[in-house]
Design a protein around this ligand. Structure first.
Ligand SMILES: NC(=O)c1ccc[n+]([C@@H]2O[C@H](COP(=O)([O-])OP(=O)(O)OC[C@H]3O[C@@H](n4cnc5c(N)ncnc54)[C@H](O)[C@@H]3O)[C@@H](O)[C@H]2O)c1
Length: 300
């Protein structure tokens, strides 16, 4: 099987590329990013997929929430037109499966912010959220209209140490953990105290993606699923870090990302994913903190 990964140099791609290599040792993996395959270039995307007989695509190229609000037009082009180019080329060239991440940014107004269900009102206020909702609908269209097997997970804030975070609203947690591990005790959070958001450790993300993509098609009652690990606010990370013996104190200087976080769920209900294809997250706040502090201190 020939696998294409777009946006492979990003936070998820940096870890997904070696993980897929281990999960599918007989496959050839084509790892691309903007320097090798710009997803906004429809003809290059089509040619790449055709020339390399790609049968599975992991489409990770995107601009994230924080970056997105600085350049809404560009975010529309990369996130939405990029996905359209991938989907068009995929159906045209006989690709079997496409994975495109969605996000908790699909929620915005008029929905339950606690234990947010899979199926609820999607009225985002950020351009990033707009592209994710439109993307979800587009994926479903390509599945129902053309039979292309497009699958999507709504990720919360992803916590990892190897891939650099790309400018999302939950990135503060990674910066806090990295700083604490490197012995810098004064952290300034761009989200205010009490801003509780859902998170997921990268190891759960990687296992989840492969389990989901391997799930029999007939088991999936949805094309898009909520998934989550645990919910935490900045002070929860601070206490967890202190518990492991790393001194850290946090001051709060909220910026424009606070408005984005205030629209997002405080916690997510992922029962549908658990029932349909056996989703389970393994790592809670405690274990995630422990692993990341260890990773970041080894980087010194
Ligand atoms: N990281 C998170 O916390 C998180 C949470 C929810 C959803 N997601 C989604 O997961 C996917 C991957 O996220 P990530 O965290 O790895 O993002 P990232 O910002 O770390 O990486 C995205 C990559 O896309 C590349 N890229 C940008 N424009 C491109 C273009 N025109 N053509 C090709 N490549 C381009 C960038 O160079 C970068 O390497 C995205 O769809 C994102 O919305 C991520």
């Amino acid at each position: 099987m020939n696998i294409l990964i777009t946006g492979a140099k990003g936070q998820i791609g940096t870890e997904l590329v070696p993980f897929l290599g281990r999960s599918y040792p007989d496959s050839q993996i084509f790892s691309t990013d903007i320097d090798t395959l710009d997803v906004t270039d429809a003809s290059k995307v089509d040619q790449f997929i055709g020339d390399n007989s790609i049968s599975q695509v992991f489409h990770l190229a995107a601009l994230l929430s924080g970056v997105g609000e600085r350049s809404p037009r560009k975010t529309f082009d990369v996130n939405l037109l990029g996905s359209l180019n991938i989907l068009e080329a995929s159906r045209d060239r006989g690709v079997l499966q496409v994975f495109i991440p969605s996000s908790i940014a699909v929620f915005g107004r008029d929905y339950p912010r606690d234990n947010t269900p899979n199926d609820t009102v999607l009225r985002p206020l950020s351009m990033y959220g707009v592209t994710k909702v439109a993307g979800e609908v587009l994926h479903e269209y390509y599945t129902s209209r053309y039979g292309l097997d497009v699958r999507s997970l709504r990720f919360p804030g992803i916590l990892s140490s190897r891939g650099k975070p790309g400018g999302g609203t939950t990135d503060y947690a990674i910066h806090m953990l990295a700083q604490a591990a490197q012995g810098e005790p004064n952290f300034v959070s761009f989200l205010k105290q009490g801003t509780r958001l859902p998170f997921l450790h990268i190891d759960d993300v990687l296992e989840g993606i492969v389990t989901f993509m391997n799930a029999p098609r007939e088991h999936l009652s949805r094309r898009v699923y909520n998934v989550t690990g645990f919910s935490a606010a900045p002070e929860d990370f601070m206490f967890a870090i202190q518990k492991h013996g790393n001194p850290i104190s946090v001051t709060y200087e909220p910026d424009f990302r606070q408005a984005i976080a205030d629209q997002w769920p405080r916690s997510i209900n992922d029962t549908r994913a658990r029932k349909d294809w056996g989703w389970r997250s393994q790592l809670d706040l405690e274990e995630t903190t422990l692993r990341l502090l260890k990773d970041f201190s080894e980087d010194l």
